[in-house]
Design a protein around this ligand. Sequence first.
Ligand SMILES: O=C(O)CCC(=O)C(=O)O
Ligand SMILES: [Fe+2]
Length: 362
Amino acid sequence: MAYSTTIDCFSIGTLFFHFGEYENAAQFLQYSLDLVKPEYYSVNHVLEFESSEVIMLLARCSVELDMVEDARRILMGHRDLAEHSDRLLNFYTHTRHVPTSWEEKPFLPLEFIQICRSSHQNKPSRLHCRYNATTTPFLRLAPLRMEELSLDPYIAVYHNVLSDAEIAEVERVIEPLLQRIGRYDETPNSMSPSKRRTGFTGPHIDDYMHVSRAPVIERVHRHIRDMTGLFMNEHLMMIKYGLGGHCDQHYDFLNASYPSTHAMGDRMATVLFYLNDVKHGGSTAFTDLQLKVPSERGKVLFWYNMRGETHNLDRGTVHGSCPVIDGSKKILSCFINELDQMFIQRTYRPGNRHSENIKEWH
Ligand SMILES: O=C(O)CCC(=O)C(=O)O
Ligand SMILES: [Fe+2]
């Protein structure tokens, strides 16, 4: 618990409460209160954190545990809540909490949890670290340090791609536009939280015109071209994961399950820019390959999602983002579409791909 903040503990306590685990909830809510320090008042204010909310939830846990007198003592101890304590207790005792059902709990497959949990080190490979000075002419002047992690599927990491100034500028342009990740419901314009991924993402498509004109975004596109030799015509997304934030294992390849693949081709490759170091958790994990890539500031991960000869999905690319255990994780992610490469390399022709619907992604 040494690294958690008062807000982290409040979030964990709230989760336990929703799942009906009131004793665990009360413990985390108490930690949260223990960590409220006057020097953080201004930060907590900006983040709209109120210790009175923690106290009310703590009192509610006591009521659920049939300890009404404890709940009263907790409420009476707070300057603003004391005068409302009778009304609040009355409400808590008459409106018992209905826990979220087990089916609603986030579920991560065991093999994914295992690779995330282990202090796994990638197997030493016979592949080499080298300077890539050939993908584009620009790299002859400024070669990039590259490490191949796998040849089949092809996965490579580039080090020190984005400078501190570029990262700061990307954050300045995109971060204010992030929204909580959701999944669109059947009803128009309604979003519900995604069970497969937690965190923030953006910019929203409507804001993209403004973002794409920023010089730093053009420079990111240039870096992608230098590293991959491929043409990127999709929006860049920033994804921000907080404590516990994760992304369940999935394929980026859509394999004709989305109408967009008819217009742009499928997502042939993925590029992830890591914008910060994450002390614990937050690695990108490839379950089948037993490969774990930690989030390190300035590093870029690149892989092909499809098999070269057939343009079919490469099943070895199943991957996800391990839960963040300390701090937060920020990445820029982008997909490289097949049809954007039509002047660069051979693209998919109808008939040579085995199409199947992939249901494993939202
Ligand atoms: O955050 C990560 O490491 C993986 C993100 C990812 O898989 C995706 O955006 O498709
Ligand atoms: Fe992905």
